[in-house]
Design a binder for this molecule. Sequence first.
Ligand code: SF4
Ligand code: SF4
Length: 162
Amino acid sequence: MQRSLSNFVSKNNLKNSNKKFWNIKPLSELSQQEWESLCDGCAKCCTLKLEDEDDGVIYDTNVVCQYLDSDSCSCNCYTSRSDKVPGCVTLTRENINDVYFMPVQCAYRLIAEKKSLPDWHHLISHDTQTVHQTGHSVKGKVINEKDADDLFLHLTGPIENN
Ligand code: SF4
Ligand code: SF4
């Protein structure tokens, strides 16, 4: 099974955002700018994942979608991603509580679970590079699916541990 998604953050978005909006507003009331600025840019949602049909456990791999630029952790086909990659789920205010396969550190999942954003999140650090500098993105850790062998050879563990 492969499911993945990503969002992107612009510095202008960050400047214009209320710094504490994620603590104050429910997700349903966030503006589009605020919603998109929550994304930490980790690209962990762009790794290919496998689900154990017996127990439903989802395992992560170190293989990423062919459209991910793994140096910048950005999507090369963001506006057409759902067409190019049917398994690339667009995260919304409506489906956030159903996307059980999202990484545990995903900012959307953290906020939906009423948890705090980590210190390395750009809304806290005011630097979009801290996610990479602290090792919380896929940068330098993944290979493109076009270069990968059997996915079972690339398992890195249950997503709840990654
Ligand atoms: S896992 Fe969440 S925070 Fe990280 S890139 Fe994907 S949507 Fe953004
Ligand atoms: S299409 Fe883009 S956002 Fe979707 S999984 Fe691939 S790289 Fe990530």
